[in-house]
Design a protein around this ligand. Structure first.
Ligand code: AP5
Length: 259
């Protein structure tokens, strides 16, 4: 990967392998910050469906940090054979399917088991964690023990009606996990992934009955994190209206302002 400098920020050319995070195994390569650039350590905040995963792909591909999504870990566990799933994971999948938050202790254990990913020299982008103040405190302690500092918390904001439209129209590839939208990002052939030819499906928690539960859980448990990080002077509010590229450019400008 050859980094390129643009407006004071170094760009990478491809997304890094995050399988150590997904599978919980040893990290490969260890990563390195782009030469002359910095290893970003960031958190993505925002309602379900606001576009965190979409921005994470752009940020990780171009700035080089590892994409660490707790939702992706649970979804990968769901596709694993039943014999490989622990009782704690089975229970977590039930919460997820209903749109509820998985209990803090399960999520914190999962992150603790993968703490080597936080140490990655290329930095990290946490997506979907922390989601409660208890999780944020656990992360603070983990990072303190590892002598790591957080660069910022990107808080994406969008009116609820648009959030619901994004969630209800999302389709995900069963093969490569690429994300589409029936209106704003339709595949070339209906129901078929443009990238790998896999079948597109609707996530169980993107059905109307689960969407409302997720929005309620966000308002009750995750929204207080904006105040938590504002007090630490880490909150970076970003409007999530417009195209993914426009939002990405807005994000870069906000990061540049903090360099
Ligand atoms: P998780 O996987 O983290 O889901 P989420 O936060 O609900 O976020 P989503 O993946 O649904 O949405 P997103 O913001 O990434 O949007 P996307 O980019 O796909 O968590 C799932 C579940 O796991 C939780 O409900 C919980 O049960 C459990 N869980 C995970 N972490 C946990 C934790 N820490 N504690 C407790 N429980 C936990 O975009 C959405 C759609 O919009 C797509 O179709 C996309 O194409 C489209 N789109 C994106 N950007 C734009 C744009 N700019 N314009 C138009 N369309 C757009």
């Amino acid at each position: 990967m050859k980094p390129v400098r643009q407006n004071g920020i170094f760009f990478m050319a491809q997304k890094r392998d995050n399988s150590a995070w997904i599978k919980g195994g040893a990290i490969s390569g260890g990563g390195a910050p782009p030469s002359g650039g910095r290893a970003w350590r960031l958190i993505l905040l925002g309602a379900p469906g606001v576009g965190k995963g979409t921005q994470a792909d752009l940020l990780c591909e171009r700035l080089g940090p590892l994409h660490l999504s707790t939702g992706d870990v649970f979804r990968a566990a769901k596709s694993a054979p039943a014999s490989e799933r622990t009782p704690a994971i089975e229970r977590a999948l039930g919460y997820m399917q209903r749109g509820e938050l998985v209990p803090d202790e399960t999520v914190i254990d999962l992150v603790r088991e993968r703490v080597a990913c936080l140490r990655d020299a290329g930095g990290f982008l946490l997506d979907g964690f922390p989601r409660t103040v208890v999780q944020a405190e656990a992360l603070r302690q983990l990072m303190q023990a590892e002598q790591l500092t957080l660069d910022g918390v990107l808080d994406y904001e969008l009116p609820t009606a648009e959030v619901i439209q994004r969630l209800s129209g999302r389709r995900t590839c069963a093969g490569c996990k690429a994300v589409f939208h029936v209106v704003t990002l339709p595949p070339k052939r209906e129901g078929v992934c443009d990238h790998c030819g896999g079948q597109l499906y609707q996530r169980e928690d993107d059905r109307p009955e689960s969407i409302q539960v997720r929005l309620d859980a966000y308002a009750k448990s995750t929204l207080p994190l904006t105040e938590y990080y504002r007090k630490l002077d880490l909150l970076i509010p970003i409007s999530a209206t417009g195209s993914p590229e426009e939002i990405f450019q807005r994000t870069l400008e906000a990061l540049q302002a903090r360099v």
